[in-house]
Design a protein around this ligand. Structure first.
Ligand code: PAF
Length: 289
């Protein structure tokens, strides 16, 4: 595995790759790698000649009161994990390398962001899309891999690729869970023992919603209400949102009659956790493309 920190060097390598008909699979991350990330690498490895992973904690997507400084980082461990999973190129730029000067041009997102995390994190998705624009240009990837745990990110990137005509195929990959169902996340390390025990109820609340749908409930408001009650009774966290929306458009739904997402976000003391199920109208977990 080659570790590259300079944009120019990454671009030179990509130029060489592009001289032969090789496919490039790209896994953008912010590091502190866990099984959620390595599953993306495994998918990329199966389907591409070359796999590039980036690790970059992108300041542009953090609000002023968010955890940019405190975001967990462990470069040595990450390098080992990336190498063990067959990453060919690990792109590890510094903030100065990515943003040597104040950005005069950024990509702004106006659709699919006034709900879910976009509502409570203004500017977050514009920061994500801006850094991805840079990373897609630098890596010239053919295929990009994202986890469905960040479902709104998947929906926004889907639209970004279409609206801005990036010649890249998006591959959303299923959420990887702990044995008890908790979605894997770099932020789980911030949970206290009590909160870790409670956190499983986010997943359980989604299972409850799915059961309601299997039982024939079609009214999103009723399901949202049940899920909120369940989370409030079983965790000490504060609910940020529980929402049911059409997927991937993230439009409101009056009746569940099309593919949709039920998504939850709960603030614990030091960690805000999110989780979701993307389902078809009959409650089956949907394999969105
Ligand atoms: O999902 C993430 O880790 C980040 O939002 C991403 C896609 C790497 C952009 O910084």
């Amino acid at each position: 595995m080659k570790v590259i920190r300079a944009i120019q060097e990454m671009q030179n390598e990509v130029k060489k790759m592009k001289q032969s008909p090789k496919t490039i699979g790209f896994v953008p991350t912010m590091g502190y790698l866990h099984e959620g990330h390595t599953t993306l690498v495994d998918e990329a490895r199966k389907n591409n000649d070359v796999v590039i992973m980036s690790i970059f904690v992108n300041p542009l997507q953090f609000g002023p009161t968010e955890d940019f400084e405190k975001y967990p980082r462990d470069e040595e461990r990450d390098k080992q994990i990336a190498e063990d999973h067959g990453v060919d190129y690990l792109f590890l730029p510094t903030v100065d390398e990515m943003y040597p000067e104040q950005m005069g041009i950024e990509v702004s997102v106006t659709d699919r962001v006034d709900v879910l995390c976009g509502k409570s994190r203004p500017g977050h998705f514009s920061g994500v899309v801006t850094v991805l624009t840079k990373l897609f240009h630098i890596t010239q990837a053919d295929h990009v891999y994202f986890g469905k745990k960040d479902a709104q990110q998947v929906a926004v990137v889907d639209q970004m690729i279409k609206n801005l005509n990036f010649p890249i195929t998006l591959h959303p990959v299923s959420t990887v869970r702990e044995n008890d169902g908790l979605a894997k996340s770099s932020r789980n390390v911030y949970l206290s023992k009590k909160e870790r025990d409670e956190a499983v109820h986010l997943y359980q609340s989604l299972c409850l919603a799915q059961k309601k749908i299997f039982d024939g409930e079609k009214n999103p408001a009723i399901i949202v209400n049940e899920v909120k009650k369940y989370i409030q009774s079983n965790t000490s966290g504060t609910i940020d949102y529980v929402e049911i929306l059409a997927f991937p458009t993230l439009q409101p739904l009056k009746v569940i009659n099309q593919p949709f997402i039920i998504a939850v976000a709960v603030q614990f003391d030091k960690a805000r956790l999110i989780d979701n199920f993307i389902m078809s109208a009959d409650g089956k977990i949907d394999h969105i493309a």
